[in-house]
Write a protein that binds this ligand. Structure first.
Ligand SMILES: [Zn+2]
Length: 306
């Protein structure tokens, strides 16, 4: 589902000097002193030396150290590209400020992780990562994927609830939901073109947020990430078209305080219509069978279009 490689430098290294220059540009453009929390986001893995030199991180942290108001810095990195040494150097350079590492956890279900997403690690690796970070005094923020390919609408709701429950059991009370969009040159794009994928309904998101509140209370603060990513989205979470703006606005208000009261009174004919149909739809196929069948269909469609 991730088309980010279309927005990369395609292998050309970005130097430490270029990263530092980007940060200096931002420092000139806005007053970072107005912000208690900042995110240094490189659209990839900040602790992967091949993507971002540690020298650049340390220089940027020395600038951050000049702002009394900044209490916390958030970065993102895959757990397998996050060596302790790099994290420790950044933590030290932040001079007592909190460091939080966000990472794509996606799903606690190994079948979803390995077959639907092709992630390359599983919940066990996450447990080890989480305790490594905790022992260094670093916070972790799992990012969960809402509706990976090959899952039904109902399965994707259950998958998120099970994954939030897993995170809560590990003492993590803040998670982000990343809502799948359709990006060019991805498997999801191919499936979508052939009517084999539809992004999640906004009602599914409302349902997830309400269920999380009921099940976990204050043990889970579930935030919905912004709707679009660094590359263009051809399609994204939506309802019938009529109620979309209202539901999207309610989710954005919810995000400010995690208050599910924002969803009270919301309704539209599509809730009992299209959405209900989607969440009750079933398939007799197992996940591996679906993947085999859908990819074969996509391959055939491509061949016949040549
Ligand atoms: Zn509607």
């Amino acid at each position: 589902m991730c088309g980010f490689y279309c927005a990369t430098s395609r292998g050309r290294e970005v130097s430490a000097g270029e990263y530092v220059a980007q940060f200096e540009y931002v420092m000139d453009a806005i007053d970072l002193g107005d912000y208690p929390i900042i995110s240094i986001y490189n659209d990839g893995n900040i602790f992967n030396e091949r993507e971002m030199p540690v020298d650049a991180i340390e220089k940027i942290c020395s600038y951050i150290d000049g702002y009394q108001s900044i209490r916390k810095v958030v970065v993102e990195s895959r757990i397998d590209y996050t060596p302790d040494g790099h994290v420790q150097r950044m933590k030290k350079a932040l001079n007592g400020r909190q460091l939080e590492v966000a990472f794509g956890f996606e799903s606690a279900n190994p079948l979803v992780m390995n077959l639907c997403i092709n992630k390359g690690f599983s919940a066990n690796n996450f447990d080890v990562f989480h305790s490594r970070m905790r022992s260094m005094g670093v916070l972790t923020k799992p990012l969960l994927l809402v509706k990976p390919p090959f899952l039904t609408e109902a399965e994707s709701i259950r998958d998120i609830l099970a994954t939030v429950s897993y995170c809560v059991s590990r003492g993590i009370d803040y998670v982000d939901l990343e809502v799948t969009t359709v990006e060019k040159n991805t498997v999801v794009h191919e499936l979508w073109k052939n009517d084999l994928y539809r992004p999640p309904w906004l009602w599914s998101l409302v349902d997830i947020l309400q269920r999380c509140r009921a099940q976990f209370g204050d043990h889970a603060h579930v935030y919905v990430s912004p709707w679009t990513y660094s590359v263009e989205s051809l399609d994204g979470a939506r309802n019938c078209g009529v109620c979309d703006a209202e539901i999207t606005a309610a989710i954005e208000r919810y995000n400010c305080r995690f208050d599910t009261a924002e969803f009270e009174g919301l309704d539209c004919s599509c809730r009992d219509g299209g959405w209900k149909e989607a969440v009750t739809a079933k398939t007799p196929l197992t996940i591996p069978e679906r993947i085999r069948e859908q990819l074969a269909f996509v391959r055939q469609a491509r061949l016949s279009s040549l």
